[in-house]
Design a binder for this molecule. Structure first.
Ligand code: PRP
Ligand code: ADE
Length: 178
């Protein structure tokens, strides 16, 4: 019997209770990446969704968004640009601060990462409060990008992030929910 690709991915995600702190259930994608079948199913889900859309770049969020974002950019024949945690990029940067489910952070991009008007797909592994995606999208918009969609493997809808992102005007696509 053929396994539904979304179910294959969802079933491979490991839930780790009380990590990194009590009360947080960490949704760990490393088993998805480790198994070639679920890794391919995951990338194919994104490829089929975006292969017919006109896009210029994939922007991946540090660090887990780099893993799928770069593979997806390669498969779609697009460029890849990193949205990095602060202090890692060597050239001129722009930054946005945001709140995490567990702490504060800020993200940065190189000022020349995107040309005005370029169509960009924003990719990360997971949407929790949505703070990271909203900050990354703001950064891209400040650089003049047209952010087409926010794509992630996992949505944690109870934390309201995907709703927040949609309310900010950005469409959201996720493979599964927990
Ligand atoms: C995690 C995850 C998302 C973000 C989601 O990243 O990979 O980027 O949190 O949370 P939010 O929707 O509440 O903003 P983390 O900062 O833990 O970094 P990592 O990818 O380097 O592990
Ligand atoms: N990032 C923010 N919340 C997370 C969670 N519950 N699992 C994995 N990554 C996360």
């Amino acid at each position: 019997m053929m396994t539904d690709p979304n179910e294959l991915v969802r079933n491979a995600i490991r839930s780790v209770p009380d990590w990194p702190k009590e009360g947080v259930t960490f949704r760990d994608i490393t088993p998805v990446l480790q198994d070639p079948r679920s890794f391919r199913a995951l990338i194919d889900i994104f490829v089929y969704r975006y292969m017919r859309q006109r896009m210029d770049l994939v922007a991946g969020v540090d660090a887990r968004g780099f893993i799928i974002g770069s593979v997806l950019a390669y498969e779609l024949n697009l460029g890849f640009v990193p949205v990095r945690k602060s202090g890692k990029l060597p050239f001129n940067t722009v930054a946005e601060e945001y709140k995490l489910e567990y702490g504060n952070a800020s993200v940065e991009m190189h000022t020349d990462a995107v040309l005005p008007g370029q169509r960009v797909l924003l990719v990360d592994d997971l949407i929790a409060t949505g703070g990271t995606m909203v900050a990354a999208s703001r950064l891209l918009q400040r650089l003049g990008a047209n952010v087409v969609e926010a794509a992630a493997i996992i949505d944690l809808p109870d934390l309201g992030g995907s709703r927040l992102i949609r309310e900010s005007g950005l469409p959201v696509f996720t493979v599964c929910k927990f």
